[in-house]
Design a protein around this ligand. Structure first.
Ligand SMILES: Nc1ncnc2c1ncn2[C@@H]1O[C@H](COP(=O)(O)OP(=O)(O)OP(=O)(O)O)[C@@H](O)[C@H]1O
Ligand SMILES: [Mg+2]
Length: 139
């Protein structure tokens, strides 16, 4: 499924479409160049799930935890800075990925070897400085 985002305000609808598309799937991997808009889209998704916490990339900790509607837990990962897969083992990535809670993952390509078999792949491309093409696929 493809969505053209022509303005930031369109992200809220795109987030709802993604959640509907995902259905029962809880793991979302976000690919896109630096500055493509992964964190920004994740903010919109978190808002759609009722997260009131501040959503920002977990730069120092690899993972942030938020709380959404109905006490849902949401884990937001950013593997950009990871230098060794051991860092992922050290945070106990498996307990998050296989928890059944929502996992939103930036820079999943940094931990290719550890990715689960099934997930929703979200690709974000900047078509102009102000517009984005967002593609969802179930893997
Ligand atoms: N849909 C959009 N439309 C217009 N501008 C956007 C959109 N999404 C993000 N931006 C802008 O692009 C910039 C980078 O966004 P963001 O931090 O979300 O990117 P990122 O993919 O998470 O980057 P990184 O790889 O560094 O984590 C921000 O200034 C943001 O406002
Ligand atoms: Mg980011």
């Amino acid at each position: 499924m493809e969505i053209e985002v022509n303005q930031l305000a369109d992200l809220n609808q795109a987030a709802l479409s993604l959640l509907e598309f995902a259905n029962e799937e809880k793991i979302f991997l976000f690919e896109g160049e630096m500055g493509a808009g992964k964190t920004t889209f994740i903010k919109a998704i978190c808002e759609a799930i009722g997260v009131a916490d501040v959503v920002s990339s977990p730069t120092f900790s690899i993972v942030n935890e938020y709380q959404g509607n109905h006490n849902q837990r949401i884990y937001h990962f950013d593997f950009y800075r990871i230098e060794d897969l051991r860092e992922a083992y050290d945070i106990g990535y498996e307990e998050y990925f296989y928890s059944g809670d929502i996992c939103l993952v930036e820079w999943p390509e940094r931990i290719k070897e550890l990715l689960p078999q099934e997930y929703v792949h979200v690709s974000i491309t900047a078509t102009t400085p102000d517009t984005r093409l967002i593609t969802f696929t179930k893997i």
